[in-house]
Design a protein around this ligand. Sequence first.
Ligand SMILES: [Fe+2]
Length: 270
Amino acid sequence: MIRTRIPPIAADFRQAIYDGEVFIIPANAKTQGIASTLQTLVHSHYAAADALDNVHTYYDPTTLWQNLTAARQDVVTQALARQLITPLITPLFNTGSAFDVLRLRCSVHNGHLNPAAAQSYAAHRDTWFANPQAQINFWLPLTDVTPQQGFRFYRRYFDRAINNNSNAFNYDDFARNVGFQAPTRSPANAHPTNQSIIHGDKGHSFSCNAGDLLIFAAAHLHQPEANATGRTRFSVDFRVIDSQDRANGLGAPNVDNASQGDASIDYLRL
Ligand SMILES: [Fe+2]
């Protein structure tokens, strides 16, 4: 079940996330404001398109990728993170908490058929990328999302281990040699994935509207959907780690994460 209201006490909200609960908060004035700012910014890179979710029909794949790279550079700035994220998370997290810049993601029609993108469609926990167990992920779509355009949660595995190669992921090596959203694809150990088959859970997909806010533990096993809907999905996401919860040892259970380092050393402070 997906919850749609944030509990009135912030600590209860964070604990619910650490317990594996997933929230989709319907679009409100704050999230709508974030969405419209980013929609305008991203759309400025796709001038020929009539609507963001239709851009794949206007561009060849190379141009689409170049435009996406340019849009990502505009979205990922610290200034935009402070402007857009801070008002949203201040009521929910303690002062001094860490938050990451906004990352722009794009799922194009049939993008999963591109062999170069295969790693992006694999099941994973974000914590396998040296993200702390207390990390909370926020995901905000800029276009409406059908169940075939987002991703699926394997909730059975929230507190159940699965074989994976996260032990090969070292954040310092990754930051030095690869970097997030690098234009060129990276060595295999830069993308930890499950190494055995997912049993007994077909995954839970979701739908949501542009400006809704999906919130979940970085420790959730999840996997992007193969998008063959004929539409392009744009979304942004960012991560937050509550400083006091982390200091107190709170966070989602670590059932199988063997990655090394700490991605949050590069995060901003609330
Ligand atoms: Fe992920």
